[in-house]
Design a protein around this ligand. Structure first.
Ligand code: FPP
Length: 253
């Protein structure tokens, strides 16, 4: 049990990250350790997703972005890919009402056109139903790759320049950000990776420029509320300087 200096009530919103992004790694190893098929690891991973969403909702974290399927994951064996697609669709079936009741907006980032039609249809239903929700945004990265997203934003800029909709001198970081899949969302403050690997694997390459990174050996299905608090405590102990020096950073009011 993690010793909490903190419960949700002790926090001012300033203490907490506004946007948490998570690389949910370790489902396969979790299953292997228990001599279970990999898909069982993903099923348990989906339970952990539910727990993480509830953690953020109940503690006032406004944005949660989860890396569920990368552009590279298409190369996995077909039964695993189709099992994951079914799981995503089942997740929407089972969680959408609750997500909506909790005023959570559902979003997806990535190359959606590559997903099977039955998944795209479920996603569209979830996007439409929750479009006006304001309390929290849950974004799921599906068929997502940070490099591909950057190329696509660069092409959009190019098109705007060619059409005369944008002048070269007006191209800046915020224009670029607005053309990413995450346009309109704040950059992640805290990027968590479970599963013990120390890399960011093509996830939110642009957006994570100033994110605080937190790595844990815990496998994603074992990432529970206490583990999430530990990550938040680590985040709170850091001084975010954004390239400045400590003396320039005002202590929290
Ligand atoms: C990485 O672990 C995990 C994935 C590629 C899939 C993540 C999917 C889920 C958590 C469940 C479904 C998601 C939602 C949003 C309902 P890995 O398989 O690479 O694990 P390993 O490194 O131990 O093999």
């Amino acid at each position: 049990m993690v010793c909490r200096l903190t419960s949700s009530k002790d926090h001012t919103p300033k203490d907490l990250p506004v946007h948490v992004a998570i690389i949910m790694d370790g489902n396969g190893r979790w299953a292997k350790e228990r001599l279970l098929p990999r898909l069982e690891g993903h099923r348990q991973g989906a339970k952990s997703v539910r727990r993480a969403v509830e953690f953020c909702r109940s503690n006032g974290i406004k944005f949660l972005t989860l890396y569920a399927f990368s552009t590279e994951n298409w190369e996995r064996p077909e039964p695993e890919v189709s099992g994951l697609m079914k799981l995503l669709s089942q997740f929407i079936d089972s969680e959408l009402e609750e997500i909506h009741r909790n005023d959570i907006r559902f979003k997806v980032i990535g190359q959606l056109q590559r997903l099977p039609k039955f998944v795209r249809q479920k996603i569209q239903t979830a996007l439409d139903k929750t479009i006006k929700n304001k309390t929290m945004t849950l974004s799921v990265a599906l068929s997502y790759g940070g490099r591909q997203e950057i190329i696509s934003a660069a092409l959009k800029i190019h098109k705007k320049l060619v059409l005369g909709d944008l002048k070269e001198e007006d191209v800046n970081g915020s224009v670029f950000s607005s053309l990413l899949d995450t346009g309109g969302m704040p950059d992640p403050d805290l990027l968590i990776r479970t599963g013990g690997e120390l890399r960011i694997s093509n996830f939110m390459l642009w957006q994570a420029a100033y994110a605080e990174l937190y790595f844990t050996d815990l496998l994603w299905p074992s990432f529970d509320e206490d583990a999430f608090w530990k990550a938040i405590e680590a985040y709170r102990s850091r001084q975010r300087r954004f390239g400045k020096i400590s003396e320039q950073i005002l202590p929290p009011a």
